[in-house]
Each structure stands twice: as C-alpha cells, then as structure tokens.
Design a protein around this ligand. Structure first.
Ligand code: PLP
Ligand code: COI
Length: 342
C-alpha cells in the first residue's frame, strides 16, 4: 500500500479542518456482538437510508489527540477516559458499549497506521482522533437499532481558533444546548446540532461563540458550545461549573488536577451563578479541540464583563496552558496513567 504524501502539508498553519489520512477503522455490531474490526483506506461509509443515526440521532462520538514528542515518538492523551465516556453516551442512547480494550486497540491501530500524519513536535500541531458510533441498518419506527457501526478516523489539526493563543469573547445565549434531564452530559450529536444556530447568532454579533446557562433556571453558567468553562478568583481558586447537563470534560478534569497538585491552588466544582462574573480575575474555556482558550470577556445583559484583559492572557491561565501543553507534548512527566504510548 502506498502512503499518501505528507511533504506538502504546511504543519505550522493547520486550522481545525478535515484532511483525509490514509487509514480509518471500522467495526460492525450485529446479532448482539462486535466483529473484529478492520482498517480501511476509504473514508466513506455506506449505510441504509433508514438508519437510526440519520433520523433519530442515535449516535455518539469522542474527540482526543495524539502528540509527537521531542524524541519523535507518539503518545495519546488520556484515551482511557474517552473510552469510558463513550460508553456513558452509549448507555444513554441505548447503544451497545464498545469494550474499552476494543476502543483503545482501534485508536492504536489508526494512529500507528497514520503515524506519518502526526505533526512534527516543533509545529505544536496534533493528530485529532474522532471515534464515533452510529445506529445503522433497516429501521423505521422510533426504537433503538439492532445494528451499529463503530469507527475511528484521524486528521492533523492546528489550533481550533486560528493563530496564537489569545483571549476570545463570548456572549451569553438565550438558547439552550441541552434539556435539564436530557443528554447534555453525554457526547451525542443532538447537543451540537442545537448549538449551531446560537453559535451563528453569536458570531454575527462579533463573538467567538456563546456561553450557555443552565436550562432549568437560566441563572448558572453551564459551558461553551464545544468546551467547558473555568474561572479564577482573586483568592487563587479555580472554579468550574458542576451540572448534570454539561459534558464532563477530560481537559477540565486534567487542569483541576494540575491546579490542585502542581500549582497548589484551591479548586471548586460548584454551581456558578452568571451574576458572579465580576468576581473572576481570569476565565477560560477548555476542551480537546479548544485546548485552554483564555476568555477576555463575556457579554451578558448589555455589558461586556472583562476578565484579566481583552488582549493579554492572564498569568494563571497561561501557567495552566503551559503545563498542560508540556505534559501533552511529553516535555514534562504526566501524572500516572494519563498517556498511551503508540
Ligand atoms: N463540552 C463540550 C460540549 C464539548 O464538545 C467538549 C469537547 O469534547 C468539551 C466540553 C471538552 O471535553 P474534553 O476536554 O473531554 O474534550
Ligand atoms: C472536541 O473538543 O474534541 C470536540 O469534540 C469539540 C468539537 C465540537 C470540535
């Protein structure tokens, strides 16, 4: 098999766009069991038009990244957590779980087969990994499918918001991305479909995206469309929302640990009221795609609440960013069990 040439890729100027790599992974679930799974050179899948993923949104996905270290070797950031979270999504949407070993094996196979697409260390770009599970097969009524496809594809990516790390501005949305006892806590497509329109409105008003409030009372901060929210208070505490309708971010979990163990900060996962905005000296969004993105300001009720600065990254956010990046690119040791060597 001939590998697609990667010499023409401008690793330093990648955005967050899909670039077809040489191999992806597919496995089918039929008659109550998963098959072995295989690598394929095609990135197309052929499924019945009556598949439940198409009509009833019976699907879930994950997002994680592979990093090239200074010595050229490759490792993946916390895939064990993604394996667990994917199965939480599967349980919520009545889909069969993907055994954790199978999930990890698929990640390994795809990253190894596409190792030439893992960007060089110096570029600070990464290989984004997208596992997904979809309900397939012939079906019409509203019910869970009996057949599923679990796939993994990859794409080299740069920063989600192009350019150097700099503060972004968000606006608080009047819309909800998830219902109070709905599917906000799992990673399923419906949450993202419902966030497209509010995001478009936010962009039209000159903001990067919107901040959602809790769907029940609209008084508490939930998260950004594609990332969790955190803030720093003047007494050296990192606070982040606790809510059943936000996605439990693996990046958030990691920066809580970094803040507590390495920066000796106080950390609090608690309800954060939107009228607390002026009490924060720094704020940020965190996720796999967004990394740690400093928030310069949030527009709420006719006022732009500015945190550290509209243009400069706050010192604690910067520190968190540097430590997380150093761990992810293998420059400093990671806490036990975070990384999977490829
Ligand atoms: N919240 C939402 C809605 C997301 O889509 C993501 C991205 O995966 C996150 C939070 C961050 O989660 P993680 O850090 O696991 O990527
Ligand atoms: C991720 O950060 O991996 C996500 O899934 C967010 C996505 C909307 C790009």
């Amino acid at each position: 098999m001939e590998w697609k040439k990667t010499e023409t890729i401008d690793w330093h100027n990648l955005g967050f766009n899909y670039l077809k790599c040489d191999f992806s992974y597919i496995s089918y679930y039929q008659n109550g069991q998963w098959d072995q799974g295989f690598l394929t050179e095609s990135d197309k899948i052929l499924i019945s038009a009556s598949s439940t993923c198409i009509h009833y949104g019976q699907q879930a996905f994950e997002g994680l990244k592979a990093y090239r270290k200074k010595d050229g070797s490759i490792h993946v950031f916390r895939p064990f957590e993604n394996a667990k979270r994917m199965n939480q999504s599967c349980r919520r949407l009545l889909m069969p779980e993907v055994p954790e070993e199978k999930f990890l094996e698929a990640i390994k196979m795809v990253v190894q087969a596409n190792s030439h697409f893992v960007p060089p260390y110096e570029s600070k770009a990464t290989l984004y990994i997208r596992p997904y599970i979809i309900g397939v097969g012939d079906n019409l009524g509203l019910r869970a499918s009996s057949d599923y496809l679990f796939g993994v594809f990859v794409s080299p990516v740069g920063r989600y918001y192009k350019g150097e790390i700099k503060p972004v501005k968000y606006i608080v949305s009047e819309y909800d991305r998830a219902a109070p006892r709905g599917t906000g806590g799992v990673k399923v497509g419906g949450n993202y479909a419902s966030s497209l329109y509010p995001c478009k409105l936010a962009k039209e008003e000159g903001y990067m995206d919107c901040i959602y409030l809790d769907p029940e009372t609209h008084t508490k901060i939930e998260e950004v469309g594609a990332a969790n929210f955190f803030a720093i208070t003047p007494d050296y505490t990192l606070v982040t929302p606790k809510s059943p309708s936000i996605l439990p971010s693996i990046t958030k979990k990691s920066i809580l640990e970094i803040a507590r163990e390495m920066l000796k900060m106080n950390v609090e996962e608690r309800e954060i009221y939107i009228n607390e905005l002026d009490m924060f000296c720094e704020a940020g969004a965190c996720g796999t795609a967004l990394g740690i993105t400093p928030i310069g300001g949030i527009f709420y009720q006719d006022k732009l609440h500015i945190f550290h600065s509209e243009t400069e990254v706050g010192p604690i956010t910067k520190k968190l960013y540097e430590i997380l990046n150093a761990i992810q690119f293998g420059d400093i040791a990671s806490p036990n069990g975070w990384m999977l060597d490829i």
